[in-house]
Design a protein around this ligand. Structure first.
Ligand code: 5GP
Ligand code: ZN
Length: 113
């Protein structure tokens, strides 16, 4: 989709520090990391948010969920990690292309922390 940063990264039009990539998924390091390890797992297909998921996306989402532990292991997150989806306005989703944050290498506190 035009003017979408994460589509641009998925298409290699915008550079990123890529941690993992296949034909359906790209994972890259966040520009403003909130933890010592902070990557974003992004479907290459433009899906704005969870509310836009379609039945046909079931396999894609399953692939992402199964890939996350593999990516976490590759990043050395054997002590655990947090997976976050900021979905919609109240969650402060800033990039309107569905993405899964993986945060690790620091102790997470549950809100309000
Ligand atoms: P959201 O707030 O939408 O859940 O998270 C968007 C994330 O994307 C933020 O953590 C932000 O730092 C990251 N981000 C925004 N633009 C870019 C970019 O151009 N490159 C990378 N690597 N991360 C970005
Ligand atoms: Zn997009």
């Amino acid at each position: 989709m035009a003017d979408c940063i994460f589509c641009g990264i998925a298409n290699h039009e915008i550079p990123s520090d890529t941690a993992y990539e296949d034909d359906k998924i790209i994972c890259f390091h966040d520009l403003e990391p909130q933890a010592p390890v902070h990557v974003l797992v992004v479907p290459k297909k433009h899906i704005a948010c969870l509310d836009d998921l379609k039945e046909e996306d079931r396999g894609l989402i399953a692939d992402i969920m199964l890939k996350i532990p593999e990516i976490a292991a590759d990043l050395g997150l054997e002590n655990g990690y947090r997976v976050v989806i900021n979905n919609g306005e109240d969650a402060f989703q800033t990039v309107k292309h569905l993405h899964f944050h993986i945060l690790g290498k620091r102790k997470m506190t549950w809100p309000p922390g």
